[in-house]
Write a protein that binds this ligand. Structure first.
Ligand SMILES: *Cc1c(COP(=O)(O)O)cnc(C)c1O
Length: 370
């Protein structure tokens, strides 16, 4: 089946008792013993969460999905499924929350970590140690939109007997299928495009195959208890129904804006994998269906100019996060704070679904002001 069909049909059942076409929300924390669905207690399983997990499994072509209360809780569960003394290789251009998770939480627990340039395959190979268990990629990456060759890293990981996980948040299951390219698992912050309306926090891990690792992550979900609520699961599934169509709009608006900004005299660099000038363009072309709705730019005039552009837009709201129907802009280094590796003249833009002409006009007035 095609992705538009899966997004709408997967995990959808007409309610037998009432005939409701759209699913009811099941807030009950507990279930009558001996029920046909085998439900016991909502931390362990819940009908809304179950439908959500079924839908993601089908969209990613995986074996099972495990939903969490946030993207960070999902990634936390993957790292937690390793053991103290293990080593993991993370990308240097990684979502800063994941870098903090490894340095602030898991370092104290004895999990070692190296941050490497995932676009340099020799460096990745050279960083594998006897205790390495996991290689992690984020592609496109946040906020530099670096592209990692998923199939190449999967091959390195497979030869070394490691686990390979991909954070696919920016690409969504519509634009990229890491499991088909050899990854063992994909993680999404469903707060972003999957939800799509900036009104919930969620995360999900999709596993390629049943394994000891998938059992551990499922255990961490049920026992650790960082589960999404029935309402958030329901809302998320509602968002996913339109994901394929929303992604078309995000991609076409972002491409037009990237092309416009490339020509702009106040813009010194545009990071968008859909541009032929992007260093990862050829790999992106081979592993992505389209190039997504995120881009970053660097402006002439450094940090003060970046700050004034971010606060001078009228349609683009100056706010963190991404993937909603509304356009957002942020001066990323300011948000990441001390320890940020992001250039201080960089603006990260989440291109929404407003008309592209209005968006371009807004960027144009903000860039030429001040
Ligand atoms: C937002 C984000 C996360 C974290 O997800 P939350 O839902 O905020 O916990 C992880 N990875 C990437 C790439 C993200 O954009």
């Amino acid at each position: 089946m095609k992705v538009e069909t899966i997004a709408i049909q997967a995990g959808r059942n007409v309610d037998e008792e009432m005939g409701a076409v759209m699913p009811p929300i099941h807030p009950s924390s507990t279930y009558h013993r001996g029920n046909n669905a085998g439900l016991v207690y909502s931390r362990l399983d819940n009908p809304n969460r179950h439908s959500l997990e079924t839908c993601l499994t089908e969209l990613e072509g995986g074996n099972e999905s495990i939903a969490f209360a946030s993207g960070m809780a999902a990634i936390n569960a993957v790292f937690h499924a390793l053991s103290p003394g293990d080593h993991m290789i993370l990308p240097d251009d990684i979502y800063f929350g994941v870098r903090e998770l490894s340095s602030e939480v898991f370092a104290r627990w004895g999990l070692e970590c190296s941050l490497v340039d995932m676009t340099d395959l020799d460096t990745v190979r050279a960083n594998i140690r006897p205790n390495t268990r996991l290689i992690w990629a984020e592609t496109p990456s946040n906020p530099m939109l670096k592209i990692t060759d998923i199939a190449a890293i999967a091959e390195i990981s497979r030869r070394a007997g490691l686990i390979f996980g991909v954070d696919g948040t920016w690409a969504t299951p519509i634009l990229q299928h890491p499991l088909e390219l050899g990854a063992d698992l994909v993680v999404h912050s469903s707060t972003k495009y999957l939800g799509g309306h900036s009104d919930l926090i969620g995360g999900i891990v999709v596993m390629a195959a049943p394994s000891e690792l998938s059992q551990r992550i499922r255990q961490i979900q049920g026992i650790g208890g960082a589960v999404p609520s029935p309402f958030d699961s329901w809302l998320l599934l509602r968002g996913i129904r339109t994901l394929p169509y929303r992604m078309r709009g995000h991609c076409s608006n972002a491409r037009a804006i990237a092309e416009y900004l490339t020509e702009h005299p106040q813009v010194v660099a545009v990071h968008y994998p859909g541009l032929e000038s992007h260093p990862g363009h050829e790999i992106a072309k081979s592993q992505m269906m389209d190039y997504g709705g995120m881009l970053s730019i660097q402006v002439a005039g450094g940090a003060p100019k970046a700050a004034s552009v971010a606060s001078g837009t009228r349609l683009f709201t100056e706010a963190t996060s991404l993937g909603g129907v509304e356009s957002l802009i942020e001066h990323r280094a300011k948000v990441e704070g001390p320890g940020s590796l992001t250039p201080d003249d960089l603006l990260r833009i989440s291109v929404g679904l407003e008309h592209v002409d209005d968006l371009i006009e807004d960027l144009s007035q903000a860039l030429s002001a001040g």
